[in-house]
Design a protein around this ligand. Structure first.
Ligand code: ASP
Ligand code: MG
Length: 412
Protein backbone atom coordinates (compact mmCIF):
# COMPACT_ATOMS: atom_id res chain seq x y z
CA UNK A 1 0.00 0.00 0.00
CA UNK A 2 1.21 3.53 -0.69
CA UNK A 3 2.65 5.33 2.32
CA UNK A 4 1.73 8.83 3.39
CA UNK A 5 3.57 10.83 6.04
CA UNK A 6 1.47 13.26 8.10
CA UNK A 7 3.19 15.56 10.58
CA UNK A 8 1.28 17.45 13.26
CA UNK A 9 2.90 20.47 14.87
CA UNK A 10 2.46 21.55 18.49
CA UNK A 11 -0.69 23.63 18.02
CA UNK A 12 -2.36 20.75 16.13
CA UNK A 13 -1.91 18.43 19.14
CA UNK A 14 -2.20 21.06 21.86
CA UNK A 15 -4.92 19.22 23.81
CA UNK A 16 -6.98 16.04 23.71
CA UNK A 17 -9.66 17.62 21.56
CA UNK A 18 -7.12 18.62 18.92
CA UNK A 19 -5.44 15.23 19.03
CA UNK A 20 -8.84 13.73 18.26
CA UNK A 21 -9.30 16.11 15.35
CA UNK A 22 -5.86 15.27 13.99
CA UNK A 23 -6.61 11.55 14.38
CA UNK A 24 -9.78 12.01 12.31
CA UNK A 25 -7.69 13.40 9.48
CA UNK A 26 -5.41 10.40 9.73
CA UNK A 27 -8.51 8.20 9.57
CA UNK A 28 -9.57 9.86 6.30
CA UNK A 29 -6.24 8.97 4.68
CA UNK A 30 -6.34 5.42 6.03
CA UNK A 31 -9.82 5.08 4.49
CA UNK A 32 -8.33 6.12 1.13
CA UNK A 33 -6.01 3.13 1.38
CA UNK A 34 -2.79 4.67 2.66
CA UNK A 35 -0.54 3.20 5.31
CA UNK A 36 0.21 6.30 7.33
CA UNK A 37 3.26 7.36 9.29
CA UNK A 38 2.27 10.10 11.69
CA UNK A 39 5.04 12.29 13.09
CA UNK A 40 4.07 14.29 16.15
CA UNK A 41 5.53 17.33 17.89
CA UNK A 42 5.14 17.97 21.58
CA UNK A 43 1.93 19.72 22.67
CA UNK A 44 2.47 23.45 22.10
CA UNK A 45 4.49 25.10 24.85
CA UNK A 46 5.77 21.80 26.28
CA UNK A 47 9.23 21.87 24.74
CA UNK A 48 9.75 25.44 25.94
CA UNK A 49 8.71 24.39 29.42
CA UNK A 50 11.19 21.49 29.39
CA UNK A 51 14.00 23.70 28.08
CA UNK A 52 13.18 26.19 30.86
CA UNK A 53 13.48 23.53 33.53
CA UNK A 54 16.84 22.37 32.21
CA UNK A 55 18.18 25.92 32.16
CA UNK A 56 16.90 26.62 35.64
CA UNK A 57 18.79 23.67 37.06
CA UNK A 58 21.88 23.95 34.94
CA UNK A 59 22.58 26.93 32.66
CA UNK A 60 25.68 25.25 31.21
CA UNK A 61 23.95 21.89 31.02
CA UNK A 62 25.28 18.57 29.81
CA UNK A 63 23.78 18.34 26.31
CA UNK A 64 23.06 14.62 26.71
CA UNK A 65 20.75 15.29 29.64
CA UNK A 66 19.22 18.28 27.85
CA UNK A 67 18.22 15.89 25.06
CA UNK A 68 16.95 13.31 27.55
CA UNK A 69 14.60 15.93 29.00
CA UNK A 70 13.46 17.96 25.97
CA UNK A 71 12.71 14.91 23.84
CA UNK A 72 10.06 13.85 26.36
CA UNK A 73 7.25 16.07 25.06
CA UNK A 74 7.00 14.09 21.82
CA UNK A 75 6.82 10.77 23.66
CA UNK A 76 3.61 11.87 25.32
CA UNK A 77 1.87 12.95 22.11
CA UNK A 78 2.99 9.82 20.23
CA UNK A 79 1.37 7.55 22.83
CA UNK A 80 -1.78 9.66 23.07
CA UNK A 81 -2.17 9.75 19.29
CA UNK A 82 -1.79 5.96 19.00
CA UNK A 83 -4.40 5.47 21.74
CA UNK A 84 -6.80 7.90 20.06
CA UNK A 85 -6.49 6.01 16.76
CA UNK A 86 -7.03 2.68 18.52
CA UNK A 87 -10.21 4.10 20.08
CA UNK A 88 -11.34 4.78 16.48
CA UNK A 89 -10.67 1.11 15.64
CA UNK A 90 -7.66 1.99 13.51
CA UNK A 91 -4.72 -0.38 14.15
CA UNK A 92 -1.97 1.96 15.37
CA UNK A 93 1.25 1.74 17.37
CA UNK A 94 3.66 4.39 18.68
CA UNK A 95 7.44 4.52 18.28
CA UNK A 96 9.99 6.64 20.06
CA UNK A 97 13.01 7.58 17.98
CA UNK A 98 15.30 4.91 19.48
CA UNK A 99 12.75 2.18 18.83
CA UNK A 100 12.65 2.72 15.06
CA UNK A 101 15.63 3.33 15.37
CA UNK A 102 16.20 6.78 13.88
CA UNK A 103 19.99 6.85 13.98
CA UNK A 104 21.81 10.17 14.29
CA UNK A 105 25.33 11.37 14.94
CA UNK A 106 26.38 12.44 18.45
CA UNK A 107 25.85 16.19 18.03
CA UNK A 108 23.46 16.51 20.97
CA UNK A 109 20.72 19.17 20.63
CA UNK A 110 21.54 19.59 16.93
CA UNK A 111 21.99 16.01 15.75
CA UNK A 112 22.00 15.01 12.10
CA UNK A 113 20.08 12.00 10.87
CA UNK A 114 22.26 9.16 9.59
CA UNK A 115 19.76 6.44 8.74
CA UNK A 116 16.23 5.17 9.26
CA UNK A 117 15.89 1.40 8.81
CA UNK A 118 12.39 0.65 7.52
CA UNK A 119 12.09 -3.09 8.28
CA UNK A 120 10.66 -2.70 11.78
CA UNK A 121 7.72 -0.45 10.81
CA UNK A 122 7.19 -2.07 7.41
CA UNK A 123 7.01 -5.46 9.13
CA UNK A 124 4.14 -4.16 11.24
CA UNK A 125 2.39 -2.65 8.20
CA UNK A 126 2.62 -6.10 6.58
CA UNK A 127 0.86 -7.58 9.61
CA UNK A 128 -2.08 -5.19 9.27
CA UNK A 129 -1.08 -2.18 11.33
CA UNK A 130 -2.30 0.92 9.46
CA UNK A 131 -0.69 3.80 11.34
CA UNK A 132 2.79 4.13 12.84
CA UNK A 133 2.92 7.12 15.17
CA UNK A 134 6.49 8.32 15.59
CA UNK A 135 7.76 10.86 18.11
CA UNK A 136 9.36 13.66 16.07
CA UNK A 137 12.55 15.60 16.84
CA UNK A 138 14.45 12.70 18.45
CA UNK A 139 16.83 9.89 17.60
CA UNK A 140 19.60 7.76 19.03
CA UNK A 141 23.36 8.35 18.87
CA UNK A 142 25.99 5.70 18.07
CA UNK A 143 26.69 5.66 21.83
CA UNK A 144 23.08 4.69 22.46
CA UNK A 145 21.98 8.02 23.96
CA UNK A 146 18.84 9.98 23.03
CA UNK A 147 19.53 12.91 20.70
CA UNK A 148 17.38 15.77 19.40
CA UNK A 149 17.48 17.45 16.01
CA UNK A 150 17.29 21.12 17.01
CA UNK A 151 14.20 23.25 17.58
CA UNK A 152 11.56 22.70 14.94
CA UNK A 153 13.18 19.34 14.21
CA UNK A 154 9.96 17.35 13.81
CA UNK A 155 9.63 18.78 10.30
CA UNK A 156 12.97 17.20 9.49
CA UNK A 157 11.91 13.90 11.08
CA UNK A 158 8.83 13.92 8.84
CA UNK A 159 10.73 14.56 5.62
CA UNK A 160 13.36 11.97 6.51
CA UNK A 161 10.66 9.34 7.05
CA UNK A 162 8.99 10.30 3.78
CA UNK A 163 12.31 9.80 1.99
CA UNK A 164 13.14 6.52 3.77
CA UNK A 165 9.70 4.99 3.16
CA UNK A 166 9.35 6.42 -0.34
CA UNK A 167 6.12 8.12 0.69
CA UNK A 168 3.77 9.56 -1.88
CA UNK A 169 3.75 12.87 -0.02
CA UNK A 170 4.64 14.47 3.29
CA UNK A 171 1.84 16.60 4.71
CA UNK A 172 2.89 19.11 7.35
CA UNK A 173 -0.10 20.19 9.44
CA UNK A 174 0.40 23.49 11.18
CA UNK A 175 -1.58 26.55 12.28
CA UNK A 176 -1.16 28.50 9.04
CA UNK A 177 -2.95 27.43 5.89
CA UNK A 178 0.07 27.56 3.62
CA UNK A 179 2.97 29.63 2.34
CA UNK A 180 2.17 33.22 1.43
CA UNK A 181 3.58 35.71 -1.07
CA UNK A 182 4.62 37.73 1.97
CA UNK A 183 3.75 38.10 5.63
CA UNK A 184 -0.06 38.70 5.79
CA UNK A 185 0.53 40.86 8.88
CA UNK A 186 2.37 43.36 6.69
CA UNK A 187 -0.07 43.47 3.83
CA UNK A 188 -3.59 42.10 3.66
CA UNK A 189 -2.97 41.59 -0.06
CA UNK A 190 -0.63 38.67 0.69
CA UNK A 191 -1.89 35.63 -1.19
CA UNK A 192 -1.52 31.95 -0.43
CA UNK A 193 0.60 30.15 -3.02
CA UNK A 194 -0.66 26.85 -4.46
CA UNK A 195 2.86 25.73 -5.26
CA UNK A 196 6.35 26.88 -4.50
CA UNK A 197 9.72 25.45 -5.59
CA UNK A 198 12.08 23.96 -3.00
CA UNK A 199 14.70 26.60 -3.72
CA UNK A 200 12.26 29.45 -3.28
CA UNK A 201 11.03 27.94 -0.04
CA UNK A 202 14.61 27.69 1.20
CA UNK A 203 15.20 31.36 0.51
CA UNK A 204 11.94 32.30 2.19
CA UNK A 205 12.57 30.03 5.18
CA UNK A 206 16.07 31.31 5.79
CA UNK A 207 14.76 34.85 5.40
CA UNK A 208 12.47 34.38 8.33
CA UNK A 209 9.25 32.86 6.97
CA UNK A 210 9.31 30.27 9.75
CA UNK A 211 6.80 27.78 8.44
CA UNK A 212 9.23 24.90 8.02
CA UNK A 213 12.58 24.11 9.58
CA UNK A 214 15.12 25.01 6.88
CA UNK A 215 16.83 21.64 7.16
CA UNK A 216 13.60 19.87 6.33
CA UNK A 217 13.34 21.77 3.04
CA UNK A 218 16.96 20.98 2.18
CA UNK A 219 16.28 17.32 2.80
CA UNK A 220 13.05 17.39 0.78
CA UNK A 221 14.92 18.97 -2.12
CA UNK A 222 17.72 16.40 -1.97
CA UNK A 223 15.34 13.41 -1.96
CA UNK A 224 12.61 15.06 -4.02
CA UNK A 225 9.97 14.60 -1.33
CA UNK A 226 6.72 16.40 -2.16
CA UNK A 227 5.86 18.51 0.85
CA UNK A 228 2.47 20.00 1.52
CA UNK A 229 2.03 22.67 4.19
CA UNK A 230 -1.53 22.98 5.43
CA UNK A 231 -3.64 23.94 8.40
CA UNK A 232 -5.20 21.38 10.69
CA UNK A 233 -7.88 23.94 11.52
CA UNK A 234 -9.43 24.02 8.04
CA UNK A 235 -11.84 21.59 6.48
CA UNK A 236 -9.98 18.76 4.69
CA UNK A 237 -9.72 19.24 0.92
CA UNK A 238 -7.38 18.15 -1.84
CA UNK A 239 -6.59 21.74 -2.78
CA UNK A 240 -5.71 22.84 0.74
CA UNK A 241 -2.33 24.28 1.61
CA UNK A 242 0.80 24.91 -0.43
CA UNK A 243 2.75 22.23 -2.24
CA UNK A 244 6.53 22.60 -1.97
CA UNK A 245 7.95 20.71 -4.93
CA UNK A 246 10.56 20.53 -7.67
CA UNK A 247 10.74 23.44 -10.09
CA UNK A 248 9.74 21.22 -13.02
CA UNK A 249 6.34 20.61 -11.47
CA UNK A 250 5.45 24.27 -11.50
CA UNK A 251 4.13 25.02 -14.94
CA UNK A 252 3.43 28.69 -14.61
CA UNK A 253 5.01 30.96 -12.13
CA UNK A 254 5.58 34.65 -11.77
CA UNK A 255 9.03 36.08 -12.07
CA UNK A 256 8.87 36.94 -8.39
CA UNK A 257 7.06 34.51 -6.09
CA UNK A 258 7.42 36.25 -2.77
CA UNK A 259 8.76 39.20 -0.83
CA UNK A 260 10.66 38.22 2.29
CA UNK A 261 12.13 40.37 5.01
CA UNK A 262 14.35 40.14 7.98
CA UNK A 263 13.96 42.84 10.58
CA UNK A 264 17.00 42.33 12.76
CA UNK A 265 19.91 43.06 10.49
CA UNK A 266 22.93 45.21 11.17
CA UNK A 267 25.31 46.86 8.75
CA UNK A 268 28.94 47.09 9.79
CA UNK A 269 31.60 49.08 8.00
CA UNK A 270 35.33 48.88 8.46
CA UNK A 271 36.66 52.27 7.47
CA UNK A 272 39.95 52.62 5.69
CA UNK A 273 41.32 49.09 5.56
CA UNK A 274 44.62 48.47 3.79
CA UNK A 275 43.73 46.92 0.44
CA UNK A 276 46.11 44.01 -0.07
CA UNK A 277 45.82 40.38 -1.10
CA UNK A 278 44.40 38.34 1.76
CA UNK A 279 42.56 41.20 3.43
CA UNK A 280 39.09 39.65 2.98
CA UNK A 281 40.33 36.38 4.46
CA UNK A 282 41.90 38.26 7.38
CA UNK A 283 38.58 39.97 8.14
CA UNK A 284 36.05 37.22 7.48
CA UNK A 285 38.12 34.35 8.90
CA UNK A 286 37.96 35.65 12.49
CA UNK A 287 34.28 36.58 12.03
CA UNK A 288 33.41 33.06 11.00
CA UNK A 289 35.44 31.60 13.87
CA UNK A 290 33.47 33.83 16.22
CA UNK A 291 30.24 32.37 14.82
CA UNK A 292 29.10 35.55 13.07
CA UNK A 293 26.73 34.82 10.18
CA UNK A 294 27.88 37.32 7.58
CA UNK A 295 25.34 37.78 4.82
CA UNK A 296 25.97 40.62 2.38
CA UNK A 297 29.46 41.98 1.67
CA UNK A 298 30.67 44.98 -0.28
CA UNK A 299 34.18 46.15 -0.79
CA UNK A 300 34.55 49.67 -2.10
CA UNK A 301 37.01 50.63 -4.80
CA UNK A 302 40.36 51.37 -3.22
CA UNK A 303 41.90 54.79 -3.19
CA UNK A 304 45.58 55.14 -2.39
CA UNK A 305 45.72 51.56 -1.24
CA UNK A 306 42.92 51.86 1.30
CA UNK A 307 39.28 50.84 1.07
CA UNK A 308 36.06 50.50 3.09
CA UNK A 309 34.58 47.06 3.69
CA UNK A 310 30.89 46.70 4.58
CA UNK A 311 29.02 43.60 5.64
CA UNK A 312 25.70 42.69 7.22
CA UNK A 313 24.95 40.27 10.06
CA UNK A 314 22.11 39.70 12.55
CA UNK A 315 21.80 42.50 15.12
CA UNK A 316 22.45 40.21 18.06
CA UNK A 317 25.86 39.27 16.64
CA UNK A 318 27.20 42.82 16.45
CA UNK A 319 29.06 42.65 19.77
CA UNK A 320 30.66 39.36 18.83
CA UNK A 321 31.70 40.79 15.45
CA UNK A 322 33.18 43.90 17.05
CA UNK A 323 35.17 41.82 19.51
CA UNK A 324 36.53 39.50 16.81
CA UNK A 325 37.63 42.42 14.63
CA UNK A 326 39.14 44.35 17.53
CA UNK A 327 41.18 41.30 18.49
CA UNK A 328 42.33 40.80 14.92
CA UNK A 329 43.44 44.43 14.88
CA UNK A 330 45.31 44.03 18.17
CA UNK A 331 47.10 40.97 16.78
CA UNK A 332 48.12 43.10 13.80
CA UNK A 333 46.28 40.83 11.33
CA UNK A 334 44.18 43.70 10.03
CA UNK A 335 44.48 47.41 10.22
CA UNK A 336 41.50 49.73 9.96
CA UNK A 337 40.72 53.25 10.98
CA UNK A 338 37.27 52.77 12.46
CA UNK A 339 34.43 50.27 12.77
CA UNK A 340 30.91 51.65 12.44
CA UNK A 341 27.80 49.59 13.23
CA UNK A 342 24.35 50.61 12.00
CA UNK A 343 21.78 48.51 13.83
CA UNK A 344 18.73 50.26 12.38
CA UNK A 345 18.52 48.41 9.10
CA UNK A 346 16.34 45.66 7.71
CA UNK A 347 16.67 43.38 4.72
CA UNK A 348 13.95 43.05 2.09
CA UNK A 349 14.23 40.46 -0.67
CA UNK A 350 12.38 39.50 -3.80
CA UNK A 351 12.54 35.75 -4.45
CA UNK A 352 11.57 33.80 -7.56
CA UNK A 353 12.85 31.03 -9.81
CA UNK A 354 11.52 33.05 -12.76
CA UNK A 355 14.44 35.45 -12.30
CA UNK A 356 16.74 32.86 -13.85
CA UNK A 357 15.22 33.48 -17.26
CA UNK A 358 13.86 37.02 -17.02
CA UNK A 359 15.74 40.25 -16.70
CA UNK A 360 14.58 43.58 -15.35
CA UNK A 361 13.64 42.43 -11.87
CA UNK A 362 16.40 44.38 -10.17
CA UNK A 363 15.60 47.53 -12.13
CA UNK A 364 11.94 47.29 -11.20
CA UNK A 365 12.77 46.69 -7.57
CA UNK A 366 15.09 49.70 -7.35
CA UNK A 367 12.63 51.95 -9.19
CA UNK A 368 9.83 50.94 -6.83
CA UNK A 369 11.90 51.73 -3.76
CA UNK A 370 13.08 55.01 -5.21
CA UNK A 371 9.48 56.05 -5.99
CA UNK A 372 8.77 55.59 -2.29
CA UNK A 373 11.79 57.67 -1.38
CA UNK A 374 13.55 54.69 0.24
CA UNK A 375 17.33 54.74 0.15
CA UNK A 376 19.12 51.46 -0.56
CA UNK A 377 22.23 50.93 1.56
CA UNK A 378 23.47 47.56 0.34
CA UNK A 379 22.43 45.31 -2.54
CA UNK A 380 23.09 41.60 -2.98
CA UNK A 381 21.86 39.23 -5.64
CA UNK A 382 21.79 35.53 -6.34
CA UNK A 383 20.25 33.59 -9.20
CA UNK A 384 16.78 33.63 -7.69
CA UNK A 385 16.94 36.47 -5.16
CA UNK A 386 17.61 40.19 -4.91
CA UNK A 387 18.10 41.63 -1.45
CA UNK A 388 18.45 45.19 -0.28
CA UNK A 389 19.35 46.65 3.07
CA UNK A 390 17.27 49.71 3.99
CA UNK A 391 16.40 51.76 7.08
CA UNK A 392 14.26 49.60 9.34
CA UNK A 393 11.53 52.22 9.61
CA UNK A 394 10.73 51.76 5.90
CA UNK A 395 10.61 47.97 5.99
CA UNK A 396 6.82 47.56 5.96
CA UNK A 397 6.44 50.21 3.29
CA UNK A 398 9.05 48.52 1.10
CA UNK A 399 7.40 45.12 1.43
CA UNK A 400 3.98 46.56 0.55
CA UNK A 401 5.29 48.57 -2.41
CA UNK A 402 7.21 45.61 -3.85
CA UNK A 403 4.26 43.27 -3.35
CA UNK A 404 2.15 45.72 -5.38
CA UNK A 405 4.82 46.34 -8.03
CA UNK A 406 5.23 42.63 -8.77
CA UNK A 407 1.45 42.13 -8.62
CA UNK A 408 1.74 39.30 -6.17
CA UNK A 409 -1.88 39.67 -5.12
CA UNK A 410 -2.85 38.22 -8.50
CA UNK A 411 -2.39 34.58 -9.46
CA UNK A 412 0.14 33.71 -12.22
N1 ASP B 1 8.93 20.13 19.90
C1 ASP B 1 10.14 20.56 19.28
C2 ASP B 1 10.23 22.07 19.31
O1 ASP B 1 9.35 22.72 19.84
C3 ASP B 1 10.29 20.02 17.90
C4 ASP B 1 9.20 20.41 16.95
O2 ASP B 1 8.08 20.68 17.36
O3 ASP B 1 9.43 20.42 15.75
O4 ASP B 1 11.16 22.62 18.81
MG1 MG C 1 7.49 23.92 13.74
Amino acid sequence: MPVLVMKFGGTSVANIDRIRRAAKRVGLEVAKGYDVIVIVSAMSGKTNELVGWVNEISPLHDAREYDAVVSAGENVTAGLMALTLQEMDIPARSWQGWQVPLKTNSAHSAARIESIPTDNINGRFAQGMRVAVVAGFQGISPEGRITTLGRGGSDTTAVAFAAAFDAERCDIYTDVDGVYTTDPRITSKARKLDKIAFEEMLELASLGAKVLQTRSVELAMRYNVKLRVLSSFEEPSDEAGTLVCAEEEIMESKVVSGIAYSRDEAKMTLISVADRPGIAAAIFGPLSEAGVNVDMIIQNIAEEGRTDMTFSCPTDQVLRAEKALREAKERGDINYHDLVADTNVAKVSAVGIGMRSQSGVAAKMFKTLSDEGINIKVIATSEIKISVLIDRKYMELAVQALHDAFELDKAA
